[in-house]
Design a protein around this ligand. Structure first.
Ligand code: NIG
Ligand code: FE
Length: 411
């Protein structure tokens, strides 16, 4: 099947295949062709160029994209999209003055979601999660990472990971899976936390790997959750079994999690709302992708990741949603990109780079996703008739997407 999209107002994020991520001042560049065409063959991008050079209109499907901008589909590298039920009661509690940490210490938060998930069947979970996955695909996401971490028992964690695998086999969107058994301490381990860490390292990780259920290992490294020592034990066990780390650090406190991520060669360190200059400095000249989650900051009214300080010191940055029932009940990457511009003072070019090629890198997918490159998957956002690409973050509440293509087919 050959598709030709022509008269494209502007084709964004055209990159050579050698580019795996962009950092520092390079994030201000968003290479593009105005008045362009794009050829898709089956699942992949076959070619592109200026309309002036288009002579052959031969294709099975011809799409006139006059007035429309085309960019790579969003790459959402951090989500907890598989969950059971919702926590809008806690949302109201926070409006009435309780903090996220206070709610968690009263048995709400992650443990509340874990209870709901443990009581749900794999089929129920799959159905709820499918709805959310289809919603984010329509919102322009073409590749996504999904974590476990609401099971917190060997059985329930495997059930979650199995649902992620079934989603990956049921939908065209590319899915990467992360084992986050270390999301919170279950009630039964309240007085013997080391025993839960033992269970993760000795029982859960080997089982997850044996059943090929995860690509990455994650830990919520935070005061009241997993200490730096516990985090490192878990990362070490994960790495030994072939799982690459991608970790939650510096959401509320800077306790050394960034440095643990660097030490264990994490693909990414995520959240980073609270960053010291030492944390920023230690990421320079590493291969670790920092990931910001601005809709979590928005929803919890906590600080935003200091993107300007980080990018201006030469770091790369990726943007992701953190879609989950507690801190970010939204999987809308368009909102993330807009919020990064509005609240974190990222330019539209920086935000689009962060949500495409750098997001792909943070999932180990930049060989096949995140840019308009010959041979990469034809994962595209085709906007409505808009004046410029800066209009995407500017008109932040509007749906500006006309069509989404994932692996060569329209969603
Ligand atoms: O990334 N911070 C840890 N985990 C999630 C929130 C989990 C929850 O509240 O259910 C996050 O924000
Ligand atoms: Fe998260």
């Amino acid at each position: 099947m050959k598709t030709l999209l022509f008269n494209i107002k502007e084709l964004l994020q055209i990159r050579d295949e050698s580019i795996k991520k962009v950092s520092g001042v390079d994030m201000k560049e968003l290479p593009s062709i105005k008045n362009a065409y794009l050829r898709v063959e089956d699942e992949r991008i076959e070619g592109y160029g200026s309309m002036e050079d288009l002579v052959d209109f031969n294709a099975d499907q011809l799409i006139d994209a006059r007035g429309q901008i085309i960019l790579p589909a969003w790459c959402d590298s951090h989500t907890h999209l598989v969950f059971a039920g919702h926590r809008e009661g806690e949302f109201v509690d926070r409006i009435n003055g309780l903090s996220y940490e206070e709610i968690a210490s009263r048995g709400g938060g992650i443990l509340n979601s874990a209870k709901k998930l443990q009581d749900s069947s794999e089929q129920e979970l799959f159905e709820q999660s499918s709805q959310r996955l289809q919603e984010v695909m329509r919102l322009g996401t073409g590749a996504i990472e999904i974590k476990s971490g609401y099971g917190l028992t060997p059985e329930a964690e495997l059930k979650m990971l199995q649902v992620i695998k079934t989603l990956a086999n049921s939908f065209p969107i590319s899915i990467r899976s992360t084992f986050l058994g270390a999301h919170a301490f279950p009630e039964v381990f309240k007085n013997d936390k080391e025993a839960y860490v033992d269970q993760i390292c000795e029982k859960m990780i080997p089982k997850v790997v044996e059943n090929k259920l995860a690509d990455f290992i994650d830990v919520f490294c935070e005061v009241g959750y997993f200490s730096v020592e516990q985090t490192e034990r878990i990362l070490k066990a994960g790495v030994k079994h072939g799982l690459k780390p991608k970790i939650h650090v510096n959401q509320f406190n800077s306790i050394g999690g960034v440095q643990s991520g660097i030490k264990y060669k994490a693909l990414s360190v995520d959240h980073l709302e609270v960053m010291t200059q030492e944390d920023i400095g230690s990421l320079i000249d590493t291969e670790v992708m920092p990931v910001a989650l601005p809709s979590c900051s928005y929803f919890l009214s906590i600080p935003y990741t200091p993107a300007r300080l980080m990018i201006d010191q030469g770091l790369p940055l990726a943007l992701a949603t953190d879609f989950n029932p507690g801190s970010t009940p939204s999987g809308n990457m368009n909102f993330v990109v807009a919020t990064a511009c509005i609240k974190m003072k990222m330019t539209p070019e920086e935000a689009i780079n962060a949500a495409t090629i750098n997001g792909a890198y943070a999932m180990g997918l930049s060989d096949s996703h995140g840019s308009i490159t010959r041979g990469k998957f034809a994962n595209l956002i085709i906007t409505k008739d808009i004046p410029t690409y800066s209009f995407i973050p500017y008109a932040f509440g509007s749906n500006l997407i006309d069509k989404v293509m994932i692996k060569g087919s329209f969603v």
